[in-house]
Design a protein around this ligand. Sequence first.
Ligand SMILES: NC(=O)c1ccc[n+]([C@@H]2O[C@H](COP(=O)([O-])OP(=O)(O)OC[C@H]3O[C@@H](n4cnc5c(N)ncnc54)[C@H](O)[C@@H]3O)[C@@H](O)[C@H]2O)c1
Ligand SMILES: [Zn+2]
Ligand SMILES: [Zn+2]
Length: 378
Amino acid sequence: MYSLRRLPPLFINAHKLNAAYSLSVPTTRRSMATMKALVYAAKGKPTLEERPKPTILKPTDAIVKMVKTTICGTDLHIFKGDVATCDTGRILGHEGVAVVEQVGNSVSHFKPGDKVIVSCITSCMTCSNCRQGMPSHCTDGGWALGNTIDGTQAEYTRIPHADGSLHRVAETASDDAQLMLSDTVPTGYECGVLQGKVKLGSTVAIVGSGPVGLGALITSQLYSPLQIIMIDLNEKRLSLARALGATHTVVSGPNVVEQVMQITSGRGVDTVIEAVGIPATFELCQKLVAVGGTVANLGVHGAKVDLHLEELWDKNITLTTRLVDARSTPMLIKLVESGKIQPEKFATHNFAFGDIEKAYSVFGAAEAHDCLKVVVNF
Ligand SMILES: NC(=O)c1ccc[n+]([C@@H]2O[C@H](COP(=O)([O-])OP(=O)(O)OC[C@H]3O[C@@H](n4cnc5c(N)ncnc54)[C@H](O)[C@@H]3O)[C@@H](O)[C@H]2O)c1
Ligand SMILES: [Zn+2]
Ligand SMILES: [Zn+2]
């Protein structure tokens, strides 16, 4: 990994001075620099506002200038008022590709000018949860950006614990592909494929062919399962799933269990990945899992669900839940660089940042617009 220690001394001094300067500039002068930002103004109201440009607050911070960002289904949940931790007035966004503009004195792995992927998870790397491999539950981070602190849908973003929360991009891979490595693909891979223990010659069903389900689809193929069955209500998303390697697709409906049993010769599937987050799909997963199989839930559930132990108690199944840790991002960057996975195919719509309110309305009615993932360019 690149280290500042390798830089010529003059350069170090210049940028450290810069960081120190920004720490000491009086608030009145700092606030003169403004930027445009997408704000959770009120329920259902994504609003582009003029905001003060962020500054370094702690020596472990970096300020990044955004190059690309995107909108996540979770942002739509925020606008419905479903995310209690996110207050109105918050700048949203937890995904992005950016260029480092400024770093605090303690940042050692990044320097101004580095092009980076912003992880959706902020990691201090030292708390007990980070050390146990769960930065999603970092006691001074986790899912903070665009939730408890201002996020990436702005011209500039402050990244706390920059060393643990940024990744240098692969210069030879596209920005669009790497934008999907902030959250979408790591979630499908870590919470679906790894938790679900997808393995050679096994069978997989992925319920939900949205960006995250598709992230699970492209990364489950790295383990050569025999069958990957994608299930969704939306035929267009299923046809993309076939193009991305699904061996079977099933339109969700009254006969879905029958169809999956037919495909798997009555066994059910070894790994069922829940990538929707509603009671009906969690119920479905329990009906599809084979004896000895795993249900890997990654969907965010806002309502109570039933677990049918009366059916499952003797089936030797495993049920897993997980918040994405985005620890796999460095490995996924290599896979993107080598062309082994091509998540840029998830990007269906492009918008200029000035049109991000329109991007929200298109993404919010994704089905009507055949939209999967929007790329917002600065
Ligand atoms: N665990 C985590 O850390 C984590 C991180 C990011 C996202 N998520 C969650 O992952 C889930 C998927 O995210 P996404 O961005 O792909 O969402 P999405 O809304 O774009 O996709 C969900 C898909 O489910 C399909 N669907 C809806 N009802 C269905 C049904 N009854 N049967 C089959 N398919 C149905 C929709 O047509 C859609 O294609 C969401 O719940 C999201 O909040 C979890
Ligand atoms: Zn997200
Ligand atoms: Zn931590």
